[in-house]
Design a protein around this ligand. Structure first.
Ligand code: NOJ
Length: 703
């Protein structure tokens, strides 16, 4: 029996035949109960829907009583027949003895605008097929599954009506499968772990992968690139993927502390399960599928949501020259904050993040979330004086709320905390949830402490509560230790950014730190979910420990600059200490110039874990920026500049690895040059081992 034969999970071909016989008998019973013969017969043939360009096609059937879908790209199977279905506590399961009772089709082709983003205009163009599935045992047990097929992939979601008279539904299993060729290559991080999403990516044959977080990115043996994820994760549990038989990935929903996966009131729909498909790896980056499957802006006028760049009292704590806690090395002092504001104003930054300003950091703050006050500053931090000072300088304080995962403590102060910040002119808040996976603290209605997952339904709900409360005070959020991004920034544009992967901080204390390939993997994996607050721009790469130190930044200086273009975030930090920027003003110029909001973005070239080249055009301006980076291998890349406006000349200001640059031995060698270019030119970029290049194309007068 081949893997493909086993796709049903029913024990292969013999199993299929057994199911077919049973389903036919059950169908006969249903006819007697009054179903129309025509409806059932019509649905026996598979239903199909294709993308607008015809290259992606989806088939749905319920042969043998098991609902399945499959996806092909250019006629080549990408998702082999894969199961659909749900099981509930107390309501009848929707797992077998199923039939298709009807279907509906729709199409859309519209363009919408992002208030901020990696591209302003988004084209939403799809064909939709909704399939109604009923239980042959109990006609009142049913769901629909709707497929939206775009040119860049497929999304599908369940729509679940009342099951008979039952409205309160508790999901105990989602049967959704994604069956791929087990010989596909997978780039993945483990799910269900204590370190949330903060793992190094592994590259293995799919058959060797364990439980995985999404997005998981794959390359099929036929050379097609696929990313599995979800969109619009609202009031549901986050989905990771577990492997049964090789290649058979199954949805695993993060459970509540009582074991129930999801609590819903029918009618409801699930998040979209997404399959991005592209012939080249960069096609995944250029895809708009995840955002397109989210609901439009629910906040109305969001002109108060501002992308921008910031500095902060932050890296000093990570390299241990400052502390969050009170004492002689306390970073968050009034005086320090004002110095950072001076620096920010001098160099054109919008914000200054100050961590450790509020009481609660003394002692084991990782485990003492209940100690945090979100309104009471330490005595050496004068919140009003700092924000008044910032106002005079045209710089805003960026607030910080580390919860250590104690949601009860945080939510009981959240309203007051946002009100205080609003009064002080704060427009952005960085939140944090440093608790081990599965250790988020909730109090139930009896006041008993319960422990939840960062990606369970409780936290999914919590984050939306935070966004809504923040929005009432015109505050935007940047979440660390978040639930993964699923494109909710479309619906809640005040959810600016998040962490949700290993960021720069691992280069301060990680064992190991992020290896050179890490940032060549992120654009094709984590970044497909949405913006990341990676916090680039470390200029002192070993912070006095020596280039041989096991924990240091494993890039060249030029690669730190490239990260501003490669790793999209509408809030970009210049993460290093001001003195390190003052020591290298020529390199710092790129960080001063680069914007954080874009008219358009194009991934031009790249292979997962090897290299990537991305160009972005400034929003509200004519300039373009380009970031290119490589893993530990040096390489030369020829980059045609055909993305530039053909009617213009540009001055290319190039920040490249200098002669002999190497992340290990010579990371600071930087060659800054200028040349005039047009769209007809090709630039050859030479990237050092662990290196990169950053370019500003400054528009000159029109030709
Ligand atoms: C972890 C966050 O990722 C980091 O940015 C922050 O400094 C600490 N938690 C403290 O909140």
């Amino acid at each position: 029996m081949s893997d493909q034969d086993a796709a049903s999970g029913q024990g292969g071909k013999a199993g299929f035949r057994r199911m077919a016989g049973r389903a036919a008998a059950l169908a006969a019973g249903i006819f007697a109960a009054g179903q129309t013969m025509a409806g059932t017969l019509a649905a026996a043939a598979p239903l199909q829907v294709a993308s607008p360009d015809g290259l992606i096609s989806v088939r749905v059937d319920a042969k043998g009583g098991v609902a399945r879908y499959s996806i092909a790209y250019r006629g080549q199977a990408v998702i082999l027949p894969s199961r659909l279905g749900l099981r509930f506590a107390q309501a009848a399961p929707l797992d077998e003895a199923l039939a298709i009772r009807g279907s509906r089709r729709a199409s859309a082709d519209k363009t919408w605008q992002q208030p901020w983003g990696e591209r302003r205009l988004m084209r939403e163009h799809y064909n939709q097929l909704c399939v109604d599935v009923v239980s042959l045992r109990r006609a009142q047990s049913r769901f629909s599954v709707c497929f939206r097929v775009f040119n860049d992939g497929v999304g599908f979601r369940y729509q679940v009506p009342e099951q008979g008279v039952r409205r309160a539904l508790r999901i105990t299993d989602e049967l959704t499968q994604f069956t791929l060729d087990p010989a596909s290559t997978a780039w993945w991080i483990p799910a269900h772990g204590w370190n949330r999403y903060e793992y190094l990516y592994r590259k293995t044959p799919l058959r060797a992968a364990a439980a995985m977080h999404t997005p998981v990115t794959l390359k099929t043996p036929g050379g097609v690139y696929v990313s599995l994820h979800e969109a619009a994760l609202v009031d549901y549990a986050g989905m990771s993927l577990e492997q049964g038989r090789p290649g058979h990935l199954k949805a695993a929903l993060a459970p509540w502390s009582d074991g129930i996966l999801v609590r819903k009131t029918a009618p409801f729909h699930s998040p979209w399960r997404t399959i991005q498909i592209a012939p080249r790896a960069i096609g995944l980056i250029n895809s708009g599928l995840i955002l397109n499957l989210n609901a439009p802006n629910a906040l109305g006028d969001v002109s108060w949501v501002k992308p921008g760049k910031y500095v902060g009292i932050w890296w000093g704590m990570h390299i241990r020259t400052m502390t969050w806690s009170s004492g002689p090395k306390h970073g968050a002092t009034t005086e320090n904050a004002m110095r950072y504001m001076d620096f920010a104003a001098r160099h054109g930054f919008d914000g200054v993040l100050v961590e450790g300003w509020n009481t609660g950091w003394d002692g084991d703050w990782f485990h003492n979330g209940a100690q945090f006050s979100f309104t009471r500053p330490y005595p050496d931090f004068d919140l009003k004086a700092v924000t008044d000072y910032g106002r005079k300088k045209g710089v805003r304080l960026i607030g910080h709320q580390e919860t250590s995962g104690d949601i009860y403590n945080y939510e009981s102060q959240m309203e007051d905390a946002f009100a205080l910040y609003e009064k002080m002119g704060v427009r952005q808040v960085k939140t944090g949830y440093v608790a081990d996976g599965g250790d988020i603290v909730r109090r139930d209605s009896a006041g008993i402490r319960r422990h939840e997952w960062h990606d369970g339904q409780f936290m999914v709900r919590h984050h939306v509560r935070v966004l809504k409360a923040a929005a009432r005070h015109h505050i935007s959020i940047d979440t660390h230790e978040p639930v993964k991004d699923t494109g909710l920034r479309r619906t809640y544009p005040n959810w600016l950014s998040r962490e949700g992967a290993r960021g720069q901080e691992y280069n301060a204390w990680g064992v190991p730190p992020n290896p050179p390939e890490h940032t060549a993997i992120l654009p094709f994996t984590r970044m497909l979910a949405g913006p990341m607050d990676f916090t680039p721009g470390i200029f002192d790469l070993d912070f006095g420990h020596g280039l041989d130190a096991p924990t240091r930044v494993q890039t060249t200086l030029a690669k730190q600059l490239a990260l501003y273009v490669v790793l999209y975030s509408p809030v970009q930090m210049a993460a290093d200490l001001p003195k390190n920027y003052e020591a290298r003003p020529r390199a710092f110029r790129f960080i001063e110039d680069v914007p954080a909001d874009w008219e358009q973005s194009i991934a031009l070239d790249g292979e997962i874990g090897e290299y990537v080249v991305i160009a972005r055009q400034q929003r509200g301006g004519a300039d373009w920026y380009l970031g290119a980076l490589t893993n530990a291998e040096s390489r030369s890349l020829a980059v045609p500049l055909s993305f530039l406006d053909p009617g213009r000349r540009y001055q290319a200001q190039i920040y490249a690895d200098g002669a002999g640059a190497d992340w290990k031995t010579n990371p600071y060698a930087l060659a800054i040059s200028r040349q005039t270019v047009t769209a007809g030119d090709t630039l050859v970029l030479r990237l050092a081992p662990g290196g990169g290049a950053a370019i500003r194309f400054q528009a000159l007068a029109e030709r």
